[in-house]
Design a protein around this ligand. Structure first.
Ligand code: SF4
Length: 344
């Protein structure tokens, strides 16, 4: 059964024509779904009861259930655990910034990339999300807070480039001027470095930001913490980063999770500056969230600041990711894990 929320306006028009309905109905339905955030075709009061009934019986209509919300007492960050129609769970996070509200969404249930510092991958990949399920994470948060969000980061559970088609469909839908009309510039897609997919993304004509999870500056070190490095070398990654910039004019951001004693030495500073400097890439430092199972430690605050200062002295534009919601289940994937296994 096709999902109404998964269809672009053009595809929806074709469906309505095939149903023997007037094509303008598509714009009405589209607006109910993406502007008015209807949770049920029954809310679409400018459609006939008969058409609403047909929509309900002939199509799926993805809506997520909120299973849990945690609110940080420190900064108001809200972490949501959503139940998908098939009973699986994903997490999303709503963060407040001075320029508006940002939502971090998941793109898969679990992940098969195996990064050592990440809780989301401990149970492997269960399945990828549909574009409708990614959209709905945002819509649920918008309904809950009575707002429209201003930016999206696809950096929650999952590797977005391992769910390429649905992630690109999601971006096309959320940037559609007849729907949410979010600017591509306000969308960030993260990737642990699936080189062919990054090159493909560069050719889609989307003005999104790519955040590359680099986390180490030598192939050897990267292989220790990210299995994907066995497949693609840092040289290949940098080639993909350059290709992305050539095609889109958008500079890639390097994400760098600082792990005490693993990737926080002066050598690492030099290596990182060598990769980011010539490309004028911004570096986002993330003090790693401790994952109990993996015994990885977060560097102390002074080491993090020192690392940043040394990078800046080398002319690199670096920030430390604001540590939002440290008093709630901060590390991505932990809320879902705790929900499925209370011992965690
Ligand atoms: S960091 Fe991202 S790519 Fe790596 S295992 Fe976690 S979710 Fe997957």
């Amino acid at each position: 059964m096709k999902d109404l929320k998964e269809l672009t306006l053009e595809e929806l028009k074709e469906e309505l024509i095939a149903m023997g309905e007037k094509p303008f109905r598509a714009a009405q339905i589209y607006s109910w779904m993406h502007e008015k955030l209807a949770t049920d075709p029954d809310e679409m009061t400018n459609l006939s009861v008969a058409l609403r009934e047909r929509l309900k019986t002939e199509y799926a209509y993805t809506v997520l259930k909120t299973a849990e919300v945690q609110t940080s007492r420190i900064d108001g960050t809200k972490k949501y655990l959503f139940e998908l129609p098939d009973g699986n769970y994903v997490e999303s996070v709503r963060m407040e910034y001075h320029h508006g509200t940002s939502v971090c969404v998941s793109s898969q249930v679990g992940c098969r990339m195996g990064c050592r510092f990440c809780a989301s991958t401990l149970g492997g990949l269960v399945r990828s999300l549909t574009a409708a399920e990614i959209l709905e994470q945002i819509y649920c948060i918008e309904r809950d807070n009575n707002e429209r969000i201003s930016s999206v980061v696809i950096m929650g559970i999952g590797e977005p480039m391992d769910n390429y088609d649905e992630v690109v469909r999601f971006v096309r839908m959320i940037t559609d001027e007849k729907g949410v009309n979010l600017s591509g510039r306000n969308i960030t897609i993260s990737s642990c470095g699936l080189v062919p997919m990054i090159k493909k993304l560069a050719e889609e004509g989307l003005k999104v930001t790519l955040a590359l999870s680099l986390h180490a500056v030598t192939d050897e070190k990267r292989k220790e913490i990210m299995p994907v490095a066995n497949k693609y070398s840092i040289a290949e990654l940098m080639d993909a980063v350059d290709y992305f910039f050539d095609k889109t004019g958008r500079r890639v951001t390097f994400e760098y999770a600082l792990i005490a004693g693993v990737n926080d030495t002066d050598r690492d500073v030099n290596g990182l500056a060598g990769l980011a400097g010539p490309r004028k890439c911004h570096v986002n430092l993330i003090p790693v969230n401790p994952v109990t199972e993996r015994g990885l430690k977060e560097p102390d605050r002074t080491s993090v600041l020192n690392f940043k200062n040394k990078l800046e002295k080398k002319g690199i534009n670096a920030t430390i990711r604001r540590e939002l919601g440290r008093d709630i289940d901060g590390a991505c994937g932990q809320l879902r894990r705790r929900h499925s296994d209370p011992a965690v």
